[in-house]
Design a protein around this ligand. Sequence first.
Ligand SMILES: Cc1ncc(COP(=O)(O)O)c(C=O)c1O
Length: 406
Amino acid sequence: MVGKRDDRSGADPVPGFDTLAVRGGVERTHYLEHSEPIFLTSSFVFENAAQAAARFAGDEPGYVYSRASNPTVTAFQDRLAALEGAEACVATASGMAAIMATVMSLTASGSHVVAARELFGATLQMFKILERFGVAVDYVKVTDTAQWRSALRPETKLCYLESPSNPLTEIADLAAIGAITREVGVQLVVDNCLSTPALQRPLALGADIVVHSATKYLDGQGRVLGGAVLGARKFIDETLVPFVRATGPTLSAFNAWVLLKGTETLGLRMERQCANALALARWLEAHPAVERVLYPGLESHPQHRLAMAQQSAGGAVIAFEVRGGDEQTRRRRAWQVIDNCRLLSITANLGDVKTTITHPASTTHARVGPEARLAAGIGEGLLRVAVGVEEVADLSADLARGLGVG
Ligand SMILES: Cc1ncc(COP(=O)(O)O)c(C=O)c1O
């Protein structure tokens, strides 16, 4: 895992990743509770009218209303900021809320965005919606650094990508793309959902802003929706916080508490899930009914070396294609694998300790349309497995049943 103890002689050691995951952001109340408290309150009271005025004006620190800020949400934000190595963080109601708040707060009518073609389906949909409001979007191949440079225009405000991408686990060269965007003053926004800060810290590699679907590995047990935006304090305080306060995509205190509990086991879970994923990816690669496996931890992955330079492990998402025939036959075979699963959960979520399986072309990427799917390389034979913490032998036995059917 990245972010292990940084022992600088003479100074107090900076706590290691797993310590921050358990203890970061903790501010005890006067009751000295051990587990973080949940502040389920919409608003906060003031001593008097003058204090209310001072808090609303921002002249006095303190909580006002939970759409803007809440102590449980603050604890989660501070913990995640420590894990990502970010100056500041704003938590949101979902991953899409984090992405939308980031992109909308950086753009206006007439702005230009460069985005990867290989993105989660709803993110591609969101960019389509923003085009209705006068934001132009050009798409480039996430792995082709030269395309990122040539797509830039004077009115480009941000470059947006996932690395690894969902579902094909394609890898962007974050340092190279970051050097290009920095040169021209464009913000590089990276969705770090699949790696989490346990494996990769994009801000240290070249990104300006990191977004998360906390729904995934940060929760880790498929319970709540959540999201987060992380970056420089100036951007968060002056641009993002006013946007979120005025538009309301705020994380609830209860969900923040669940996510605080989730982050406590992030390192442990990622370690086991990555090890399981590598073992399962190797098994799939050797299976005669499988045409190709895409998993960053496999030597056969086209960006394996880059992935291993940027990430401390391959992650827990595997994409693989079933062998043979036309697109219709491939869809039939892919669905056969799904329908024969008794253990793997047939669901589109990922990041859970329970292994999940989905057919991206008919689920997560169904709404983006055949052209965008083709451009993103998502065919009918493609399956995505998000590996959990079960025994690998049980997972492979479950997949073998469907793969064995002719
Ligand atoms: C890579 C990625 N980014 C963003 C999202 C959106 O997150 P949420 O479902 O929390 O809105 C997802 C959801 O699957 C995702 O996989």
